[in-house]
Ligand binder design. Structure first.
Ligand SMILES: C[C@H](O)[C@H](O)[C@H]1CNC2=NC(N)=NC(=O)C2=N1
Length: 106
């Protein structure tokens, strides 16, 4: 029985990517950048960090004026993609909506 931190197969990764439109695969991580007004990203990052604390999974976060970029992989699985990464991506998308963050194509 695979747990949340079992490396996904290529087929499973492709299927999971289809569930999180807006996220892109970059090697062994998934990434997404949001646009947000002024420095609203600070509050969004605090909210994401609190949820990360609860789920025990943490993205790399690049916080700038007007944008926030997230990169997620599973260190415990040798920096491979796992279900935990896609679960966190969905949670970040929900938080982004609450903070009125917009898709941002760098
Ligand atoms: C012990 C602790 O829960 C683990 O090291 C967690 C912490 N947060 C994590 N975050 C991410 N992105 N990958 C991990 O493998 C991971 N492992």
């Amino acid at each position: 029985m695979s747990d949340e931190k079992t490396p996904l197969s290529e087929e499973e990764i492709e299927a999971a990517l289809g569930e999180v439109p807006g996220w892109r695969r970059d090697g062994n991580e998934i990434t997404r950048t949001y646009g947000i007004r002024y420095h609203g990203g600070v509050a969004m990052v605090v909210h994401v960090a609190d949820v990360e604390r609860l789920v025990g999974h943490h993205a790399d976060i690049d916080l700038r004026w007007g944008t926030v970029r997230f990169g997620i992989t599973t260190h415990d699985a040798g920096h491979r993609l796992t279900a935990a990464d896609f679960d966190l991506a969905r949670r970040i998308d929900e938080i982004a909506t609450a903070h009125q963050a917009e898709p941002f194509d760098a």
